[in-house]
Every structure is written in C-alpha cells, then in structure tokens.
Ligand binder design. Sequence first.
Ligand SMILES: [Zn+2]
Ligand SMILES: [Zn+2]
Length: 425
Amino acid sequence: MTAQFVAKISGYCAEQNLCYLAVHCHGGTDKVCFSTDDIASHERGYPALLDITRGGPVGALVFAKNAVAGDIWTSSGRFQLHHMTIIGSHIRQLYPSPEAKVCATNPMYDRHARLFGDVGQEIFANLKVGIIGLGGGGSLINEWLSRLGVGHIVAIDFDRVDLTNLPRIVGATHRDAMTWLIKQSIPWLQKLGKQLATHKVHVARRVAKQANPSICYDAVVGNIVDEAIARLLVDADFLFLAADSMQSRLVFNALVHQYLIPGVQIGAKVSVNKQTKQISDIFTTTRPVLPYANGGCLHCHELIPAGRLQQEALSEKEQRTQRYVEDEDIAQPSVITLNVKSAEQAVNDFMMMFTGLYPAEFQLCHQFRFARERSIINVEPRANNDCLDCSNISRSRRARGDRSRLPCRMSSLARLIPVRASFFQ
Ligand SMILES: [Zn+2]
Ligand SMILES: [Zn+2]
C-alpha cells in the first residue's frame, strides 16, 4: 500500500469516526502470525495513524484458513488480538492458532455434551450474557442460562418483587415480596413492605447461584436507559431484552449494532377488541436481532415508533413503563406459560447459534406465536438503506463502538453507586 493510499483512507476514517484496519492474507490453515516485515511496518506507521484518526483503534488483521491474528493499537496501548467472533446463525470464534484442548467437562453436563460436546459446554462457560428485565420472561431466561452453564450473567432491572409478580418470577417467594407487610391494613406498613421487598435481580442471582455455584453474576439494580448501566453490556457476547419499554428497545438496538452484539427481544401480548371487550389475540414474540442489514433491526421493523418514545419520555413514568407498555387497545395480562413461549425460542436460538446447530446463513426471522391458533408466523426481514442503526451510511452507529454515543440519558451519580444488598440477603 502506498503512503498516499494510507493517508487517504486514514483521513476518511477520522472524518467518518471509523477504525482503520489493514487486512491481508497468508497461506496455510488453522494457524497464522504476522511476518517481521508486517510488524516493522506497523511500528513505523501506526503511531502516526493513531494521531490522524484521533485515537483509533487502528491495526492490522492477517488471515489464514480458519485462523486470524491481529495487532491492534489504541490510545491506551497496543494489543494482540485474542480471538475474532463471526456473527450469524452460527456464531463462531477464530484464533491465531488452535486453542489448547478443553479440559474434561463437569460430569453434571454429560447430557449436554451428548448434544454439543465438551467444546459447546466450554463455549457457554466463556460467555458473558446480558439480561435486560428480570420480570416474568427475563426470570425464565435467567434460570435456563444458568442451568445451561453460561459463565457470566449481567442482569439489569431496577424493580422490586411485588405480590402480583409471584406467579411468574422464577424463585421469588412471599418473603421477597414482603407479603406479610403488604397485607397489613396500615398504609405505612404496606409502604414499608414495598420498600423492603427484594430487587428482582437479587432473586435472579439466587436462582442462578443455585443452578451453578461457580457462575459469575452481576446483579445490577438500574435502568438500561442510563448510560453507565448500558455500558456494562458493551463487551457482552449476547443480549436478551425482556423489558418492554420503547426506551429499552432503543438502547438495546443501539448496543447490538454499535458494538456488534447479537441479541433477541421477547414479549407476550394479549389484544382486546375495543367494541366487544373480548380478547382477540394472544400472541408471543421472539425477535432475534443480528448486527447487519436484514438481521432483524427493531427500527427497520418499526418496533420503536418515535411517538411512543416521546410519550414515555414525557410521562416521567419510565419506571413503570419499562415493565408494561401502556396502550389503549392492549391490556397487559401476564401468565408464566405464555412467557415461556417467547423465552423458550429465544434461549434455544442462543443455544443453537453458539453451538453450530443452526446451518450457516440460516435466516433467523422474527417470530409470532398465536397461542389460540397454535400457529407460528415468521416475519420477512426488513432493512432501510438509511437506517441509523443497521445501515452503512455515514451517520449510522453500526460498528462504531466507543466512537459513537449510545442513545441514553446521562447518568446521575446516584445511579453509579453500587446498590446495597436488599434486606434479607
Ligand atoms: Zn503479512
Ligand atoms: Zn435498521
């Protein structure tokens, strides 16, 4: 590459807030490394490119068949690429050379290993997975991921368990809901009960630790709409969105595309006929979102309408709307067996994607399941060429990582302080 070419491209990267990565190929299979000439040219050129691109990262990737090595320069230092993740219906990782043999799996996972091998189990053990919303659907996902052997879960919810949650939240007890206080006739005792009830994320942590005592668990009492909370997920391997507010959809969709993290959104709805007041449809949704055009972007599917976003922002009741979308014609009953329908498909998608059980290039459509008809409908993928999340236009956040801002509100300091454990923990 001529100096002129490098100058032109790095200037473009600076202008567009992009990273500069030079990619080339060496021969061979399963193993690759830079030549001494490659390294010498990086050391000559990259300090200057870091300046030109205002902090980069800049760097180089070299491929062989089934392997990749990388030399990445950032303003805080120089790093060797550990692995690269390829996102799609089969999520897989490439390394500079074959990873050391995995150690024999815990015999507890014998039946898992018969499906996806010790390697599959090892993959789960090394994943960091975010769950946004630990209500009915999220609590199921939490239990299943823990039993699946996922090594690290970040659970985010600001809410506490209340009496009406008990039929749905896995592991929640009357003690968590402070039922004995809530049922007192004296208002201040009821209020005290609500204040002392366990946070949903702490119930979830308890359930996860029971399933897998060695799990690394971050129980975060907070709102994904706050930047400091959303940033806890930028290095996650997968995201589950089980909180149904438009603002949480907005941040989730941004995280997926800006940081290239595959995810899935779940929900359950019961729609009521306005005239007859009769229940018309009972349906659940499972919406995989992969960070590329036609990957299921929630914006392109018109699932984050601007009007609804504004409504939420104005109402100053975000804390409530994160749980329930208020809509004139949609009442919000909630039953554990319906939550299972959307959550089950989401966690199976996750499991199949990471263990290679889906064929490559398999289209993971958004799915509706109509409970009364026992039918499943797949939604055709959609992509707008000018989408600000999933397209490649210069204003799009796609793949920009830390070089773009998440659509969050600024955090107040109070929300950054780790929240004290709740009363009975
Ligand atoms: Zn080379
Ligand atoms: Zn889009």
